[in-house]
Design a protein around this ligand. Structure first.
Ligand SMILES: N[C@@H](CCC(=O)N[C@@H](CS)C(=O)NCC(=O)O)C(=O)O
Length: 233
């Protein structure tokens, strides 16, 4: 059976990482049996030293986008057959916006914002033994801040990042409109990507300025609730 490696459930959602939730939901929607293993120690066993990765009977695949491609080909997943070529192209670009842009707003909102850092610390580091838990979190946080700075978003103010995040929320809200799913009344693989990105702001069990911004869009809240009722209850 396929094994999906992630960080573990946190903040009331399936995994703390949107990339892990993406693969988790994709597998559920596609009806592929799998086992989810939440354990950040698996990072060192990951082909790309990041999570998620899957192990399909000894074959390891890293990176959520490559995993979805692999699963679609290997298990003949037909989730996008009802989309036309333009919709498929749009889905590809939308996914990159969520994975490569909105994601960094999420990283800022969790690792940099002083009001959210204690929650992250509690979720990720409270179980690690002394003395590691005195030094490791600070080192990792500094490294994340440096990565954000090198990526570029770490140079923006919180107000600017909130506005960037809101560009994504607002566009997704307009794209979804009154539809059940992002591309109409039939689910597609992009819903795994959109839900994964949104749930980390909307469905998590704590407020911060970014989560509150996302929660201004009623149809996005209802969308997350709909997916959760269908696949996570
Ligand atoms: N492009 C990758 C991104 C995965 C990723 O960035 N994972 C983060 C967590 S959200 C990670 O494993 N970070 C640990 C590290 O960089 O050491 C994907 O789509 O799977």
């Amino acid at each position: 059976m396929i094994k999906l490696y992630g960080f573990g459930q946190a903040f009331g959602v399936a995994d703390a990482s949107p990339f892990v939730v993406k693969v988790d939901l994709f597998l559920k929607i596609a009806g592929i049996e799998f086992e989810y293993i939440g354990d950040f120690n698996q990072l060192k066993k990951s082909p790309k030293n990041k999570l998620p990765f899957i192990d399909d009977n000894g074959k390891k695949i890293g990176d959520s986008a490559f995993i979805l491609k692999y699963l679609t080909d290997k298990y003949d997943v037909k989730l996008d057959d009802h989309l036309n070529e333009i919709q498929k192209s749009q889905a590809t670009l939308y996914a990159k916006a969520l994975d490569e842009s909105l994601y960094w707003c999420l990283v800022y909102s969790r690792w940099v914002k002083e009001d959210t850092w204690p929650l992250l610390y509690q979720a990720f580091f409270s179980q690690i033994p002394i003395p590691f838990k005195w030094v490791m979190p600070g080192i990792i946080r500094k490294d994340v801040k440096n990565t954000l700075r090198r990526q570029g978003y770490g140079r923006h103010s919180e107000t600017e990042l909130l506005s960037i995040a809101d560009d994504h929320f607002s566009a997704l809200s307009i794209l979804l409109g009154e539809n059940k799913y992002c591309f109409g009344d039939q689910v597609s693989s992009f819903d795994a990507i959109a839900y994964a990105a949104l749930c980390e702001f909307i469905s998590v069990d704590f407020p911060n300025s970014f989560n509150q911004q996302a929660r201004k869009y009623d149809n996005l809240i209802q969308y997350c609730q709909r997916i959760e009722a269908e696949y996570y209850s």
